[in-house]
Design a protein around this ligand. Structure first.
Ligand code: IPE
Ligand code: IPE
Ligand code: MG
Ligand code: MG
Ligand code: MG
Length: 303
């Protein structure tokens, strides 16, 4: 990435991350009541400093078709809530059993296991409270709002993210052999589905995309989602805990890309996925610039 591209991306992050965090903060403040420990727990994980890639993709999807991006903040916040809940549960002793997340102790370590389970449950429900709220529905037809809720719930559930999590954890626990096809399946579902639904529903909120444009966005997101998890696997081997803010060298029990095909091949795969994602953006011309740059960011990220 040259200096200009880095500058554009930093400008994108600086412009859109604070409004996402402000929206989440003020929403959390408004709903806080007895017993406050559950809000303290949710906020411990939510405001620990994630990259906010999914809400940013939601806003980027919106911006492809319409400039009034603030209308997308409730949906962007909802996908970040779902993502954060998935991390809290992913880190539990019964799952990946991790102690560090977003540079802070994982929620079950900072609080306790029952609070971490309940905070995750609460955040998932909070996401759908937000998606079905009048704030989300203000500028769209009821049919579009229901479509968004349906799409995000499908992508997050047993047909989506959970599908990948189940195969990820059962293959590990039962020491089942994992080949390229199964690993791609795991990654496509556990990580790709939420990434895809974040982008598509940002676009859907404008009620403007054509079928051809949805198809292009799905093609883009499929490759970006896989790229994101391939790089996560790579960083598990090559990254540092300090920079990543989470435990690395953790996935020794689990099949990950560097173990399956080696570090060099994993890097090549990441480059190929990045190019495929970027090619899918062709029909958007210059408007696809930020989505194009986000692929560069994801491929080169070190955290
Ligand atoms: C980590 O996601 C879990 C995966 C799906 C790979 P991120 O790398 O987006 O984590 P945060 O949100 O920045 O903490
Ligand atoms: C997490 O995958 C995927 C979900 C939370 C759905 P990982 O287990 O690889 O994520 P990290 O490495 O703990 O962030
Ligand atoms: Mg996991
Ligand atoms: Mg994990
Ligand atoms: Mg990982």
């Amino acid at each position: 990435m040259n200096n200009q591209a880095t500058g554009e991306l930093n400008h994108f992050f600086k412009t859109y991350i604070p409004p996402i965090e402000d929206y989440l903060r003020s929403y959390m403040k408004n709903i806080r009541r007895y017993p406050e420990v559950i809000y303290d727990a949710m906020e411990h994980s939510l405001f620990a400093g994630g990259k906010r890639i999914r809400p940013l993709l939601c806003l980027a999807g919106y911006l492809l078709f319409d400039n009034s991006w603030k209308k997308a903040l409730p949906v962007a916040s909802a996908v970040e809530l779902i993502h954060t809940y998935s991390l809290i549960h992913d880190d539990l002793p019964a799952m990946d059993d991790d102690r560090l997340r977003r540079g802070k102790p994982t929620l079950h370590c900072a609080f306790n296991e029952h609070t971490a389970i309940l905070a995750g449950d609460a955040m998932l429900n909070l996401a759908f409270e937000l998606l079905s709220s009048p704030d989300t529905g203000k500028h769209i037809s009821p049919a579009t709002q229901v479509e968004i809720i349906h799409s995000i719930s499908t992508a997050s559930g047993a047909q989506g993210m959970i599908r990948g999590q189940v195969v990820d954890i059962t293959t590990e626990r039962e020491s089942q052999p994992v080949d390229k096809e199964i690993l791609e399946f795991i990654h496509h579902y556990k990580t790709g589905q939420l990434i895809t639904t974040s982008l598509l529903n940002g676009a859907r909120l404008t009620e403007k995309p054509t079928e051809e444009e949805y198809t292009a966005l799905k093609e883009y997101a499929r490759h970006l989602g896989l790229l994101f998890q391939v790089v996560d696997d790579l960083l598990d081997v090559t990254g540092t805990e300090k920079e990543m803010g989470k435990n690395t060298h953790k996935d020794s029990e689990k099949m990950i890309y560097p173990r399956l095909i080696g570090i060099e091949e994993t890097r090549k795969l990441a480059q190929r996925l990045k190019r495929q994602a970027q090619e899918a953006l062709r029909i958007f011309g210059d408007k696809g610039r930020i989505l194009h740059l986000l692929c560069d960011f994801v491929e080169r990220r070190t955290y």
